[in-house]
Write a protein that binds this ligand. Structure first.
Ligand code: HEM
Length: 150
């Protein structure tokens, strides 16, 4: 099958979760995900999939944002920076906290699950190992009550 998205993990060995350094078991999740190259590469793929996801865009207010391709670059920047910090990397997120960022969107449990499953599917698609996938998904789950406000 022809791959339609670039395999960003080929940028550098340390950006490939399969070969990222684990420093004898003390590496942060940020390091094990391949640092900024690995995380930004994954978010690049993820946001394209979220913008095209029918279930995610079933929410009219979400679609107002995700339906406009002009929002992609800024959204990729903000979600990448958020993910870098959440995974234990350097402080670099300049956006709103998760409650404020989503309070105007009326996101319900189904809407949250649609995004949750797309994140998980993207990590699988990119070959992120199971322990790192599970650890990152637990972080996402811990924000459910801040994002779901309907
Ligand atoms: C834990 C899960 C989630 C994370 C980590 C996350 C992350 C983010 C971040 C970092 C921003 C940018 C905030 C800013 O502009 O300052 C944002 C905005 C946004 N998120 Fe989420 N999000 C999550 C869940 C969701 C869900 C479930 C949906 C939709 C179903 C969603 C839809 C949106 C939309 C539409 C915006 C743009 C809002 C606007 O600028 O008007 N997010 N999110």
């Amino acid at each position: 099958m022809t791959q339609t998205v670039p395999d960003t993990r080929r940028l550098a060995p340390e950006a490939d979760p399969a070969t990222a350094p684990d420093h004898g078991g003390t590496a942060t999740l940020y390091e094990r995900l391949g640092g900024a190259y690995g995380i930004c590469g994954a978010v690049d793929v993820l946001v394209d999939r979220l913008f095209a996801n029918v279930k995610v865009n079933a929410n009219e207010k979400v679609h107002e944002h995700h339906g406009n391709p002009a929002n992609a670059a800024g959204y990729k920047f903000l979600v990448s920076a958020w993910s870098i910090e959440a995974a234990g990397g350097p402080k670099c997120y300049i956006g709103h906290d998760m409650q404020v960022a989503h309070e105007h969107l009326s996101i319900d449990e189904d809407g949250f699950n649609a995004v949750y499953f797309e994140i998980e599917a993207t990590l699988h698609y990119l070959g992120v190992p199971e322990p790192e996938t599970a650890e990152f998904m637990a972080i996402i789950e811990s924000y459910r009550s801040m994002v779901v406000q309907a």
